[in-house]
Design a protein around this ligand. Structure first.
Ligand SMILES: Cc1cc2nc3c(=O)[nH]c(=O)nc-3n(C[C@H](O)[C@H](O)[C@H](O)COP(=O)(O)O)c2cc1C
Length: 159
């Protein structure tokens, strides 16, 4: 399999953009931009994410056993780019807050899903984390989209 070709084909699947936040053993926040998010089950409420084993924040998932999924709004491309950049001081120049449960959440996101990790599975060069959803919150706004390696927005006549 030609990996470049595979990447190009996979890029034809349009997605939203999330930042997944977690934390290290000292409760310092960390996270990464991700579109490998799926709502897995409603009853029980479960969500699934896939995290690259080479991500700098990778060990934080095992250390904290928690993650939050932040659905980015259409004006948050800069945040997406920062959280997709290795070595960036990701939380330094953005507005964020702690939820009542202590999860790091990014201000302005249009949805938040807070999860406790209940299962992890090997997925090649990624690990699949399944989280029990402990809180879910929606907010007003329009989504940031990703298609063919570029950021997009919904047309304005489409709510
Ligand atoms: C739109 C987009 C979607 C991404 N989706 C994922 C993903 O689902 N899982 C993943 O591990 N990395 C994903 N990445 C790559 C990570 O954001 C990037 O490698 C990040 O720097 C890894 O975090 P680190 O800085 O802790 O190493 C995505 C990047 C972009 C731009």
């Amino acid at each position: 399999m030609d990996l470049l070709h595979l990447r190009t084909v996979l890029g034809h699947f349009a997605t939203g953009v999330t930042v997944i936040t977690t934390q290290d053993k000292n409760a310092n926040p960390s996270g990464l931009t991700a579109n490998a998010f799926t709502s897995l089950s409603l009853n029980p409420p479960l969500a699934l994410i896939c995290v690259d084993k080479k991500a700098q924040c990778y060990s934080c998932f095992d250390e904290s056993k928690i993650f939050a999924i932040n659905f980015l709004n259409e004006d948050q491309e800069t945040i997406s780019r920062r959280f997709a950049t290795k070595g960036a001081d990701k939380f330094a120049h953005i507005e964020w807050h702690r939820s009542q449960n202590g999860f790091a959440l990014i201000d302005g996101a249009i949805g938040y899903i807070e999860c406790k990790i209940v299962q992890s599975h090997d997925g090649g060069d990624h690990t699949i984390y399944i989280g029990e959803i402990v809180s879910a919150t929606a907010a007003e706004g329009r989504p940031l989209l990703f298609f063919k390696g570029k950021y997009h927005r919904l047309p304005t006549n489409n709510d």
